[in-house]
Design a protein. Structure first.
Ligand code: HEC
Ligand code: HEC
Ligand code: HEC
Ligand code: HEC
Ligand code: HEC
Length: 464
């Protein structure tokens, strides 16, 4: 057995060496490396130059025949993934002052997901590349032709999408999607099972440090290990099953209905039972608002408001213990998810005696909107490898804290209240969310920054 195994390693190793030699020979003899081999290689330089920017078609061209989908995508965070001012500020902030080459490597890697069309067409390849020189098309972030040219991903993290784009507007190539009977006189179409599953999302929504391999974002893995990734088709809900069913007044979460959205995928196309929406709303309430899109801001708010449930257990109050249960009822992943070292979800607690005097508080913001140190916060804290917390993901060598609520599950908090008679009083608990701590935002963009909107995700009140 052991022999067989080491033989296999030998064979694999020889094959790899052969492949490397072939690739070198190929590269010397042909000006352009073949797309397939260029993509599979790990080296970012080769992958970055795999395509020509003119091969990709601008979203508004797609929008001419897919107007509804275009309008939904237009104000989405996918469109703004490159232009997002918070992302740009954080990216610059994280890069400044670094000297460790491994840390710099991570700090330079952001464009792979945030400016993906630029990355695969050769510019930018690094976060520090001059933003002025980035082609306009690449600035449009995660766009139609990028996702619909994808065929598969070999690893479900750090954006490993394999692409087969066409050759621009004159020769648009194949657009891949969920229909088996689609016809378009403009572009070729193909059914793609890959597009109907969570992996197409997961390849970007799981982020690992490029050198230390610390898990920086794990939305896909959280979903994969959770109850929504069920073999039972009745219970199975993919990312698309929530996020591409949402539309105004239909939050489409784990705790709400997710009715189909019948209609037309294209002008002149047939009527369909369900058209997957392209709003891609998460929890970002403030950026759509800054962009003047109040509807999308409301949609993010409504998503958050259907995510969690709170319960107050009074049974141990005689021992001055307050027990609070926080349940994730609506999200297909942990609560919160994504950039959880930056996001803030916390409990705001107030206990009043029978005269209305406040005898206990937790998680109440000060005048600068900062939280007290002892607030109960659901988040992730990264460390430098020696147990000291770091804020910069480029320096994240370990995870010091990861306290969040898994899908369908609860976390229980027990608080000790002051030894006072609380009879006739009241306990009020709220679960709050904002996209970043105000402290971090102030540090990055300067104090006096407009306070971030705060959403009350759930509330509970009991009389004592
Ligand atoms: C982040 C990747 C992504 C982006 C960006 C994106 N799409 Fe899609 N699109 C998908 C996925 C995934 C599906 C299929 C979902 C499923 O089957 O579960 C889809 C479905 C579709 C469909 C089939 C009809 C439907 O909606 O069900 C069309 C047409 C389409 N997209 C066009 C577009 C256009 C036009 C744009 C740009 C305005 C765009 N897409 C942007 C991922 C994307
Ligand atoms: C000239 C009109 C036109 C333009 C421009 C156009 N499409 Fe389409 N597309 C259609 C029609 C018509 C359909 C068929 C709709 C159906 O089957 O319901 C379609 C279907 C699709 C599908 C579904 C494929 C499937 O098998 O599920 C995708 C994905 C898609 N288009 C993406 C795009 C993208 C991306 C662009 C821009 C690069 C684009 N389209 C530009 C007309 C167009
Ligand atoms: C090419 C990489 C990539 C792919 C593929 C991708 N995403 Fe994203 N997604 C991102 C990035 C980057 C952002 C954040 C942009 C920002 O906020 O600056 C984002 C943002 C989002 C948000 C908004 C988060 C918020 O806080 O409001 C949602 C929801 C989302 N994606 C869902 C999906 C789903 C569902 C799919 C699969 C159909 C998908 N994404 C595929 C990279 C990707
Ligand atoms: C059962 C419904 C459901 C499923 C399935 C689901 N989500 Fe979500 N998602 C939510 C809800 C509700 C929220 C808002 C609460 C929150 O922020 O977690 C959310 C929020 C998000 C956010 C924003 C997080 C933040 O705080 O910035 C992203 C990004 C996201 N989802 C991506 C995904 C991806 C990728 C998948 C698949 C791997 C997925 N979701 C599966 C319901 C779902
Ligand atoms: C593998 C893909 C990937 C890479 C690489 C990546 N990100 Fe992201 N980024 C995402 C996804 C997915 C989201 C959305 C998650 C969420 O909303 O919580 C996101 C969201 C963000 C946001 C939140 C934006 C907002 O408006 O709230 C910031 C800031 C950010 N990323 C910074 C960075 C920086 C800085 C780097 C490089 C050091 C980087 N990202 C590298 C995938 C990536």
């Amino acid at each position: 057995m052991a022999d067989l195994k080491s033989n296999r390693h030998l064979v694999n190793a020889s094959l790899m060496i052969l492949a490397v030699i072939l690739a070198i020979v190929y590269n010397i003899h042909f000006k352009e490396a073949p797309k397939e081999s260029a993509q599979i290689k790990e080296a970012p330089k080769e992958a970055a130059q795999a395509f020509d920017i003119d091969q990709f078609i601008a979203p508004d061209t797609c929008g001419a025949c897919h107007p509804d989908i275009y309008a939904q995508w237009e104000n989405s965070m996918h469109h703004f993934s490159h232009k997002d001012r918070i992302y740009k500020a954080v990216s610059d902030f994280f890069r400044s002052g670094l000297s460790d080459p491994d840390e710099l490597k991570e700090a330079e890697s952001c464009v792979k997901c945030h400016t993906p069309v630029g990355y695969v067409t050769g510019y930018p390849t690094k976060s520090s590349d001059d933003r002025e020189k980035i082609p306009e098309l690449a600035q449009m972030g995660i766009q139609c032709d990028y996702c619909h040219s994808a065929t598969t991903a070999h690893k479900i993290y750090n954006n490993d999408l394999q692409l087969e784009p066409g050759n621009g507007e004159e020769d648009p190539g194949v657009k891949r999607g969920p229909f088996k009977d689609s016809e378009s006189f403009y572009h070729e179409v193909a059914y793609s099972e890959f597009h109907t599953n969570a992996e197409i999302c997961g390849t970007c929504h799981d982020v690992k440090h490029v050198v230390f391999e610390t898990d920086l974002e794990t939305t896909y893995t959280e979903w994969k290990n959770g109850p929504y990734n069920s073999d039972d088709p009745e219970k199975r809900i993919t990312c698309q099953g929530c996020h591409m069913y949402q539309r105004p007044d239909v939050p489409a979460t784990g705790s709400t209905e997710r009715p189909a959205n019948p209609g037309y995928a294209a002008e002149g196309g047939p009527e369909r039972e369900h058209i997957f929406t392209h709003y891609f709303v998460g929890a970002n309430v403030y950026l759509p608002k800054l962009n003047g899109d109040l509807e999308k801001s409301r949609m993010a708010m409504s998503r958050l408001q259907h995510s969690a449930a709170l319960a107050i257990d009074k049974s141990h109050l005689d021992q001055h213990e307050l027990i609070i249960e926080v349940k994730n009822i609506g999200a297909g992943h942990y609560l919160p998810t994504g950039l959880t070292d930056v996001r803030q979800m916390w409990l705001e607690i107030e206990v009043n005696d029978k005269n209305g005097n406040t005898v206990f508080t937790s998680g109440v913001r000060d005048k600068d909107q900062y939280l007290p140190d002892d607030a109960i916060i659901y988040n992730t804290v990264f460390g430098d490898g020696k147990g000291n917390p770091v804020r910069n993901i480029a320096q994240a060598r370990e995870i010091l804290k990861d306290k969040r609520v898994p899908p369908g599950e609860s976390l229980v908090e027990t608080l000790v209240l002051p030894q006072k008679d609380l009879t006739g009083g009241q306990i009020r608990v709220s679960l709050m969310y904002r996209s970043a701590s105000q402290k971090l935002l102030d540090e990055i963009t300067g104090k006096g920054t407009h306070p971030l909107p705060i959403v009350t995700m759930a509330e509970a009140t009991v009389e004592i």
